[in-house]
Design a protein around this ligand. Structure first.
Ligand code: C2E
Ligand code: CA
Ligand code: CA
Length: 880
């Protein structure tokens, strides 16, 4: 019973206990006046039950023992319960019982009277022997522990009982606020000691588990850093102190010298237990995620808890009733909240639920035993302790599981991130590779070759070398007669042969250096290859080239056919034939063209064979005149929105019809203009005429974008922005709706300055577009820094999309990356309906190409605009 009462106190909170006791009362029959107890030598203990005790409640606390001895019979009531429980009361309680020892063999025996409810401030004992007051003992905890005869965690008093005497015992107890119980037992000393040893043993284990749990969570808190462990640590420590105080162990071992601590500690630690319990619960089951609505309620409960703590800390007001109610509400709601969180997917809530159920089962077993439904044994006696220890262990398990889950999640997230980075890197690498290699042969392309040449020139590694171009002259015949796929296969075979032959050439320099081996040959375009050779004499180089030509021209068989390729070679020498990569390439090309007229299919560059020289000089001077005389023309090519099928803009393209040479492609005269600086007046001329056209469009009610191409050289001109602004004013138009197209290579020439001019243009309201995206060394990370609004996927990718999966992938990645950077994406070079539909499905914003319309003069464009518009099906339809 000793142990049991302790367990009741420890684990059924006061209010819960009241429920248990009330049940017991209902179930026990009412018995009348108290009977005198007969002590014998055989029983080890006598638990005083309802038939043996009487009690009296003195609300004013005015009665003394003398008053009671006068007429107690009329005032005492018989007990209706085995364990006297008065609930929350301030009253002073008197308990009376009587016994006699009919043992005649011994003169006297020692019995220990004890009560297992240690939280009483007053516990006064009056012993009457044969109606005469023999002893008075004051045991309440307001008295120092050392004053007791038996220092024990409960109230325990040894009594010397004489044979054949009648004893009347009066117990007077009082507690200021809080529940009052007086469970009384008479025990033989040996029995008493034996029971106490057992309970010390059981509680020792229990407290041991709690302390171990606390240390474990302290370690976890320091190593993992999650607050859940900290709250749980506080929860365990606070519960530990609550148990220490309720079981009397705290008073016995820790604060016996300071009795007042007892009352405080229970109320404070109970409240802290609840507060830390709520904090732990909230963090552990992740209320925020799984049941956010409950958070508000928990906050209210937390504030109440903190309020109670503050009141307790600053006043000596007894709050145990409030705390009990507080505890009861939380206890009742916790399973519900936990269940909700568990249903909403919180894994820790599952552990919490199981832990809670373990505790509840412990309580139920205990109560069933109290009610007599289960036999009394050490298991049912300690069911609550076992339930509680199981709860703590399960929660710790839950916490450990949580670390594990969190680690897994973090790991998975990291892996995901890592994969995304790799994917992006791969996409960029693919884009870069595609930009720098030709698709058909996989060899470095013209851009790559130029950069190799540039670095060779920059580092001045070689004082002299030859750039050699090799062309497969009759290759278009294979394509024509055998079809493109066979043409590609044959090209592959020839390429392999060229690679093999070049590898062993004396003095050859690598074009691309790879971990897997060097690339010695570039594929500058179509069926033209390039190599760089270090040789001292021109005759040597000629000999080498001839060998190479013979080697490549050796007939080879393809699907049973014997094929002959016709090869020419053109060579330019550095530095004599050009000091820049561009000039070297151009002059090697001129030599190559000259070689096809030669007998030996080989030619070295010289000024005499350069037919462009004269034409270039003529073009240059005539271009100046053409600008001054307005002899140039602007053509316009529409862009449509793939979403709305409406015309969204127009690209301005320059045209020069020369009186003598006829149509001169812009690809030919723009580079000349750029090299000589004529590009400045040219671009201004283009802008002026484009703005005039814009005004005309506006006046007709068309509000569409105007895209103008500008050159690298324009970006190096500090006055550019101002001039553009001035021209716009003169033309009576604004710069809204004006887009300027710049190639990546143009920006990369002088990135810092380009960035400045671009920002200035941007400030004027001009939007910027990256032209020919995918053909340069575009670094996306750099693009992010530029004030760019749009990218135009180079037409080479778009034109090949239908036949080439690689290009499709590149278009797709470019679209995704562009949209990630919030850029509009334009596809140019759309030549068929299929490609346009595919691009629309991919989410491309704008489309331009021959399929929609070819570039046309302004007047024609206006007619086109008036006559045609895009209907829902994406077909050109007449307005009329
Ligand atoms: P770009 O800026 O990439 O211009 C687009 C070129 O693609 C134009 O060639 C256009 O006629 C052509 N094109 C449009 N749709 C298709 C199609 O569906 N299929 C094919 N195969 N081609 C299509 P264009 O007019 O010969 O211009 C060539 C380059 O000359 C331009 O390339 C641009 O770099 C330069 N350029 C043209 N006009 C100007 C100008 O006013 N100023 C400057 N600085 N450069 C210009
Ligand atoms: Ca363009
Ligand atoms: Ca372009």
């Amino acid at each position: 019973m000793l142990l049991r009462n302790a367990a009741i106190d420890a684990l059924l909170s006061n209010n819960l206990k009241a429920v248990v006791v009330a049940l017991l009362i209902v179930l026990s029959p009412f018995v009348g006046a108290a009977e005198t107890i007969l002590l014998d030598t055989y029983s080890g203990e006598i638990v005083l039950g309802q038939t043996q005790i009487q009690y009296l409640e003195d609300a004013e606390d005015t009665l003394t023992i003398e008053h009671l001895r006068g007429n107690h019979k009329t005032r005492f009531s018989p007990s209706t319960q085995d364990v006297l429980n008065f609930g929350h009361t301030d009253s002073s309680i008197w308990v009376h019982f009587a016994f006699t020892d009919r043992q005649t063999l011994e003169q006297y025996q020692t019995w220990i009277l004890h009560s297992s409810f240690p939280l009483l401030a007053r516990f006064d004992l009056y012993v009457f022997q044969d109606n005469e007051l023999k002893h008075t003992y004051n045991l309440g905890y307001t008295k120092d522990m050392v004053q007791r005869i038996l220092p024990h965690r409960f109230f325990a008093q040894p009594l010397r009982i004489n044979s054949n005497s009648h004893y009347d015992i009066y117990v007077n107890v009082k507690r200021s606020g809080g529940t009052v119980q007086v469970p009384l037992t008479l025990s033989k000393p040996t029995h008493f000691i034996y029971k106490e040893m057992t309970s010390n043993y059981v509680f020792g284990i229990f407290f041991g588990i709690m302390i171990a749990m606390a240390i474990y969570n302290l370690f976890l808190f320091f190593s993992v850093g999650s607050l859940a462990y900290f709250y749980y640590l506080i929860y365990i420590v606070a519960s530990l102190f609550t148990y220490l105080s309720i079981t009397g162990y705290g008073y016995l071992y820790l604060w016996g010298q300071a009795p007042a601590v007892n009352e405080y500690i229970t109320q404070i630690t109970t409240t802290i237990t609840v507060i830390s319990g709520i904090l732990f619960f909230r963090n552990f089951v992740e209320i925020n995620k799984y049941f956010p609505a409950a958070n508000h309620y928990l906050n209210v409960m937390l504030s109440i808890g903190v309020g109670l703590l503050l009141v307790k800390a600053f006043t000596d007001y007894f709050l145990s009733l409030h705390i009990s109610i507080y505890l009861a509400v939380i206890t009742a709601l916790a399973p519900f909240l936990t269940y909700k969180c568990w249903r909403n997917g919180s894994r820790p809530a599952g552990y919490f639920l199981i832990a809670w159920i373990a505790l509840i089962i412990g309580v139920l077993l205990f109560v069933m035993n109290l009610l007599g439904f289960l036999p009394t044994n050490s298991f049912t006696n300690n069911a609550i302790l076992i339930g509680c220890a199981a709860e703590m262990l399960l929660l710790s398990l839950g916490l450990a599981d949580r670390i594990n889950m969190e680690r897994k999640e973090r790991y998975a997230a990291l892996e995901q991130q890592h994969k995304a980075v790799i994917r992006l890197k791969e996409a960029e690498d693919r884009l870069m590779h595609r930009a720098l290699h030709t698709r058909t042969t996989g060899l470095p392309n013209r851009t790559f070759l130029r950069s190799t040449l540039d670095s060779l020139l920059l580092e001045k590694r070689e004082p002299a070398f030859y750039l050699c171009l090799i062309n497969l002259n009759n290759f278009h015949e294979f394509n024509k007669t055998l079809g493109h796929s066979n043409g590609d296969a044959i090209l592959y075979l020839v390429t392999e042969r060229i690679k093999k032959l070049c590898k062993s050439l004396d003095g050859i320099l690598p074009i691309e250096q790879l971990e897997t081996g060097n690339q010695w040959v570039a594929n500058v375009e179509g069926v033209t290859f390039a190599l760089i050779i270090k040789q001292h004499s021109t005759s040597n180089i000629q000999q080498q080239c001839n060998q190479l030509i013979t080697g490549i021209e050796r007939p080879f068989s393809y699907q049973g056919l014997t094929l002959n390729v016709d090869v020419t070679a053109g060579v330019a020498l550095y530095p004599q034939h050009g000091e820049t990569s561009e000039n070297l390439l151009r002059n090697a090309q001129i030599a190559l063209e000259a070689a096809s007229g030669n007998n030996d299919n080989y030619s070295l560059y010289s000024g005499e064979i350069d037919p462009y020289n004269a034409r270039r000089i003529t073009l240059l001077s005539e271009l100046r005149n053409a600008i001054e005389n307005d002899a140039l023309q602007l053509y316009f090519q529409p862009q449509i929105s793939l979403e709305t099928q409406q015309v969204a803009g127009v690209e301005v393209l320059i045209r020069w019809i020369h009186p003598e040479f006829g149509f001169i492609p812009p690809d030919e005269f723009i580079p000349i203009a750029e090299r000589t600086g004529v590009i400045h007046p040219l671009t201004l001329w283009i802008c002026r005429n484009a703005f005039k056209f814009k005004k005309q469009l506006q006046d007709q009610g068309y509000n569409i974008n105007l895209s103008i191409n500008i050159s690298a050289r324009n970006l190096q001109d500090p006055g550019f922005c101002q001039q553009i602004n001035k021209i716009a004013k003169e033309c009576n138009t604004t710069l809204n709706n004006v887009i300027m197209e710049i190639t990546e290579t143009a920006i990369m020439k002088d990135p810092d300055f380009a960035l400045k001019v671009m920002s200035d243009l941007n400030k004027l309201g001009i939007r910027l577009s990256i032209d020919d995206f995918g053909t340069g060394y575009s670094s996306l990370s750099y693009l992010k820094k530029l004030p760019v609004n749009e990218i135009k996927i180079d037409r080479s990718f778009v034109m090949e999309m239908a036949n080439n999966n690689d290009d499709q992938v590149i278009v797709h990645t470019t679209l995704t990356m562009g949209h990630n950077l919030s850029l509009d994406v334009v596809a140019e070079g759309i030549e068929d309906a299929g490609t346009m539909e595919k691009l629309r499905q991919m989410g491309c914003d704008l489309a331009q190409g021959y399929h929609i319309a070819r570039p046309m003069p302004g007047a024609d464009f206006l007619i086109w605009l008036n006559q045609n518009h895009y209907n829902q099906n994406g077909n050109i339809a007449n307005k009329a």
